[in-house]
Design a protein around this ligand. Structure first.
Ligand code: FPP
Length: 253
């Protein structure tokens, strides 16, 4: 089998997705299939987060956004929510040096004010310390929902219009984009979802309007560098048409 380093180098010969979003699903089922607790599944999933982030950086992605905790996940059993918050804090502490040493900019999107202070504080500190890094932007979607994000943007724009700072009839896509939590991030080119489920589950709804979707049966704890490379290779096989005909996109109008 081809070594992973060669696979990663080969991907660089063709256009890469600039921004990859990942719906990290299947931690619970991975654990249950092994007679382990759901929380152990999340723990193994956080090892995948580390490996996939490293691989994404090596391949040269500009932005990687990981759906780590949805707005709806607050309704899970309190002990699971608490364990996920503990894991996030542990991750932010343990990975701090690696993120800074590798020029990664850590970013977060979501209703971050809902996070407990023991997660928000290391998150904000690493976000501030890595803000000048230019290697890759790693965004954690935390307490995130695409509808919630669009609603917050609509509220902000409505207030701006009420205050006379914006003319409603002059509103542009750019204005809406600038009001989203993902302001400044490139459009999402590829969304990957693990564990065999085929839905977006409120993830980056506006941003992934033209994203290619890759679904894999692999559970998140088993998704590592190789599986990321396979998903990027699948993306590189796709023809992106943005509403045009095949002939137009191939430059044969
Ligand atoms: C979905 O699997 C996964 C989550 C709700 C949480 C994702 C969290 C991690 C990968 C670990 C912590 C994150 C970081 C950034 C360190 P599921 O529990 O819904 O799985 P199931 O569908 O099999 O039950």
């Amino acid at each position: 089998m081809e070594p992973i380093s060669e696979f990663e180098s080969r991907l660089k010969e063709r256009p890469l997705p600039q921004h990859v979003g990942v719906i990290m699903d299947g931690n619970g089922r991975w654990a249950e299939a092994r007679g382990r607790t759901r929380i152990e599944g999340h723990r193994e999933g956080s090892n995948s987060v580390r490996e996939v982030t490293r691989a994404a950086r090596r391949v040269g992605l500009e932005a990687l956004t990981l759906y780590a905790f949805s707005a709806q996940n607050w309704a899970r059993p309190p002990e699971e929510v608490a364990a996920l918050m503990d894991l996030l804090r542990e991750y932010l502490t343990r990975e701090r040096a690696e993120i800074l040493d590798n020029g990664i900019r850590l970013h977060a999107v979501g209703a971050l004010d809902k996070l407990p202070a023991y997660v928000r504080e290391p998150l904000e500190s690493l976000r501030a310390e890595s803000a000048g890094n230019t290697g890759m932007t790693l965004t954690l979607a935390l307490s995130y929902g695409g509808r919630e994000e669009l609603l917050a943007a609509a509220r902000a724009l409505a207030c701006a219009a009420r205050d006379g700072a914006l003319k409603p009839e002059a509103l542009t896509e750019g204005d809406l984009e600038a009001a989203l939590w993902t302001k400044g991030l490139p459009p999402v080119d590829l969304v990957i979802r693990t564990s065999g489920e085929k839905r977006l589950s409120n993830f980056l709804l506006w941003q992934s309007a033209y994203a290619e979707l890759v679904f894999t049966d692999v559970m998140w704890p088993d998704f590592r560098a190789l599986q990321l490379c396979e998903a990027i290779a699948a993306f590189q096989q796709r023809e992106r048409r943005y509403g045009l005909t095949g002939a137009q996109t191939q430059g044969q109008t």
